[in-house]
Ligand binder design. Structure first.
Ligand code: IPE
Ligand code: IPE
Ligand code: MG
Length: 233
């Protein structure tokens, strides 16, 4: 495999359908999904991927039944807290993108703690999109840029794509080279609309709880066969 994407972003989908097919509760699907998260982090480290972004909870997901939202919040916090020592050992730096203002104080503190304790990691940046949506991110970025113009720090004609990118949650990160969405759905569901402009897309049928090292390697293989032209000849 010659071409390894510097940044892979994954829309982890299909936990509920996986659980249903096993006659289990939707939450069991989310729990099994955490095992896939760990497997993909390991595989990314092994293959030399520099950035791995995981879409864990969308702003739209707040509209799910309260019991599932609560379970997802708990699972997210418990997993990242439990895994922090191993992430540090593996050289993984965790970065969380999305809004923070709608989480409980406890969740917010945990997120900060995870980011602080893994700040020294230099092998892989693990970006967790949590209460994230692309439109919300773009609205927040636009407000920041508008404020700069209002305060005379920037002229309207100086706004370019670099300025916009620098005010997104993903500032300083390369755009994803490869976006994977599991479970066979072929849509972005409000994920990285700006950053995805030249990403390669891959939509395997595999449900997220079944997406392990082998499936990850298959995605790398598919990517290495793609020809990226960027509008050129
Ligand atoms: C993805 O699995 C996890 C989250 C969106 C949090 P789903 O919960 O969407 O599973 P399906 O799509 O219902 O199978
Ligand atoms: C997208 O999955 C969000 C995450 C994976 C976190 P959804 O299951 O929520 O998306 P839709 O509703 O199928 O578009
Ligand atoms: Mg889904």
């Amino acid at each position: 495999m010659e071409k390894i994407p510097a940044h892979i972003a994954i829309i982890m989908d299909g936990n509920g359908r996986w659980a249903k097919a096993q006659g289990k509760d939707r939450c069991d699907g989310h729990i099994e999904g955490v095992v896939s998260v760990k497997a993909c982090i390991k595989a990314a480290l092994k293959r030399g991927v520099r950035y791995l972004t995981l879409y864990a909870f969308s702003t739209e997901n707040w509209g799910r039944p309260q019991a599932e939202v609560d379970a997802l919040m708990q699972l997210f916090c418990a997993s990242v807290t439990k895994e922090t020592p191993e992430l540090v050992e593996q050289g993984v730096q965790v970065r969380i993108i999305g809004r923070r203002d709608r989480f409980s104080e406890e969740v917010r503190e945990r997120l900060l703690h995870i980011e602080e304790s893994t700040a020294g990691g230099n092998k892989l940046t693990l970006v967790l999109a949590f209460d994230y949506s692309s439109k919300d991110e773009l609205v927040r970025a636009t407000r920041k840029v508008a404020e700069m113009v209002q305060n005379g720090k920037l002229k309207a004609e100086e706004i370019d794509d670099k300025i916009i990118s620098a005010h997104l949650d993903t500032a300083d990160m390369p755009d994803p080279d490869l976006i994977i969405r599991t479970s066979g759905e072929c849509r972005l569901s409000n994920f990285m609309l700006w950053q995805a402009s030249y990403a390669e897309m891959y939509f395997p049928q595999t449900m997220w709880p079944d997406f392990r090292e082998e499936a990850f390697d298959k995605a790398l293989e598919v990517y290495s066969e793609r020809e990226r032209r960027y509008g050129l000849l």
